[in-house]
Design a protein around this ligand. Structure first.
Ligand SMILES: [Zn+2]
Length: 133
């Protein structure tokens, strides 16, 4: 595999992982299928763990599809008509950091890599600041 296609695949893998990370399900969508009772010969209804997992898988599939088709995770369209370009940039970056569940240093690097992948125009700008400092 060439370096270029390997790099593209890495970027694609990061996008898919970010989409999976951003997938959520509402508690109400799964709670009645979440088995909690361990009583023997209990006659109550106990839900269907396959149904609960199916709901989660569907959410993950929708997130991956939305990212691959529309870049919903890595290039979220969250601008309001009245927003200034600066507000749009700030809200977009804030949304991205939240979606990537930034909690630890390695995750910060992953999130930053995804943002740079999505907005390559940042590279010369941030590189220029580094040299000027
Ligand atoms: Zn029971």
């Amino acid at each position: 595999m060439s370096e270029v296609s390997r790099a593209i695949n890495e970027a694609l893998i990061r996008r898919i992982e970010a989409a999976i990370s951003s997938a959520t399900v509402r508690r109400s969508a799964v709670e009645f299928d979440w088995p909690e009772c361990h009583a023997k010969r209990c006659s109550h209804r106990h839900g269907d763990v396959d149904a609960a997992f199916g709901t989660m898988k569907y959410s993950i599939m929708q997130a991956v599809r939305g990212e691959l088709q529309y870049e919903l995770t890595t290039r979220p369209d969250i601008a309001d008509e009245d927003d200034t370009p600066e507000q749009t940039a700030v809200y977009t970056l804030a949304t991205l950091l939240q979606r990537y569940n930034v909690r630890e240093t390695s995750t910060f690097v992953k999130a930053a890599q995804l943002i740079v992948d999505a907005y390559p125009a940042l590279i010369p700008v941030l590189g220029e600041n580094e040299r000027a400092a």
